[in-house]
Design a protein around this ligand. Structure first.
Ligand code: FAD
Length: 382
């Protein structure tokens, strides 16, 4: 068995300057949002807020200046995200594009799609969604059946995607599709296509929002019936979709969003705690220690990535342990504060919201069992 090493470290001074700028900005902006709105964390959506971040250069801050990006460091972006998430800022409008779609377009279509679209992401104008999962293909993504068939000038897509977060409000989807038949190599024959969602809806893309237990319509089912996509919307190379997607999932799994989604509930518990109550003091002390430890691990991963390492196993450990910690918060809050809790209080409302949303934390971005499989393989256990 191999050991897992995460080297802790401190953020360089320029990061702390930025941290203060972000805190000052949030101190002005966040009072407008209720506690429940903040509990939505990175799934809360407000394009006006995203545009304000854009004006400060806080979308696409790593990207080349030629696309409007800021050419700042990965660590500065980490600090920005940490502050936004800790405050419960409504970042969902630009989140997917900033985290993974923009980097993907820059890497795999630097001369065609990136110049057209990335500057619009940087300005907070366009939202993206991820079309990977299908009704029978979630964890086993290589079994997707949505098919793109070659036609003159482009591709014709037929099939179905599901659990596509925000598809009903997105401008673009990046879809993983099959461009040739399945073969012995399960990971061959897939490609990524950029789909202009509004245009595709006029041509055979049907988007059906799915009601969740939270009452909103966070996900959609997307049915493609002979939807045309032009040749230049192929991202990267035909048949290389699997390799491209695996790189994309690293961005999706490594950020501080993987342990900060229940922060508002922790803050509400700290506000409501009785300093003379030893059970509350012990439980809250333990939570703060656990968060401090995960933060060290997550920052350590960010520092390792900044040094050019690829800490895929460490990333999976942070996501797995982060989801466990976040998912435990509603039960702890219930055990400590439910007795006599005013149902209209911020604590009660944030608790209600998170109790219904935490089950999804160990599914989205890769399930717990799949991550643990990756960890076991990385440690040489399977
Ligand atoms: C909040 C949320 C947002 C999402 N947003 C998107 C999105 O925007 N775009 C998108 O494409 N998808 C999205 N998804 C879908 C998500 O990626 C899938 O739900 C996830 O990959 C699991 O797939 P599944 O639901 O088909 O479950 P399955 O793969 O059917 O898994 C069911 C259960 O079996 C377990 N299991 C499966 N295979 C194995 C194995 N080999 N070993 C051990 N256990 C296994 C799983 O861990 C799980 O517990 C989202 C999901 C959630 C919850």
């Amino acid at each position: 068995m191999q050991a897992l090493h995460i080297t802790p470290g401190n953020m360089p001074p320029e990061c702390e300057v930025l941290r203060q700028e972000v805190r000052d900005f949030l101190a002005q902006e966040m009072p407008a949002y209720s506690k429940v709105a903040r509990a939505k964390n990175w799934t809360g959506k407000d394009q006006t807020f995203s545009r304000k971040l854009a004006e400060r250069g806080w979308i696409g801050m790593l990207w080349p200046k030629v696309y409007g990006g800021g050419e700042r460091t990965n660590l500065e972006r980490y600090v920005l995200l940490e502050e936004l998430l800790a405050a419960g800022a409504p970042v969902s409008f630009h989140w997917v594009a900033d985290r993974q779609s923009g980097p993907l377009l820059i890497k795999y279509s630097p001369h065609v799609l990136a110049p057209q679209i990335v500057p619009r992401i940087v300005r907070g104008e366009v939202a993206f969604c991820i079309g990977m999962s299908e009704p029978d293909s979630g964890s086993d993504l290589a079994s997707i059946r949505t098919r793109a068939t070659k036609v003159p000038g482009g591709w014709s897509i037929t099939g179905r995607k599901v659990w596509t977060s925000g598809a009903n409000m997105a401008d673009y989807m990046i879809a993983l599709v099959r461009t040739s038949d399945r073969s012995e190599n399960r990971h061959a024959g897939m490609s990524q296509l950029l789909i202009d969602v509004k245009q595709a809806q006029t041509q055979g893309l049907e988007i059906r929002p799915i009601q969740t237990q939270l009452g909103g319509q966070a996900f959609c089912e997307c049915t493609f019936d002979d939807v045309f996509v032009p040749d230049d919307h192929l991202i990267g190379e035909e048949g290389q979709g699997w390799q491209q997607v695996t790189g994309e999932l690293k961005f999706e799994r490594s950020g501080p969003e993987r342990f900060l989604s229940s922060t508002q509930l922790v803050l509400e518990m700290l506000d409501a705690a009785d300093p003379g109550n030893p059970a509350q003091a012990a439980a809250l002390g333990r939570i703060v220690a656990q968060y401090a430890c995960l933060r060290q691990m997550s920052q350590g991963v960010a520092l390792m990535m900044a040094e050019g390492q690829d800490p895929a196993v460490a990333t999976s450990v942070v996501k797995d342990q982060g989801a466990l910690l976040e998912q435990g918060m509603p039960d702890i809050a219930h055990a400590l504060f439910a007795d006599g809790l005013d149902p209209d209080s911020d604590l009660a409302q944030v608790l209600d919201y998170l109790a219904l949303s935490v089950p999804s934390f160990s599914l989205r971005g890769g399930t717990r069992e799949i991550l643990r499989g990756i960890i076991a393989r990385g440690l040489g256990l399977r």
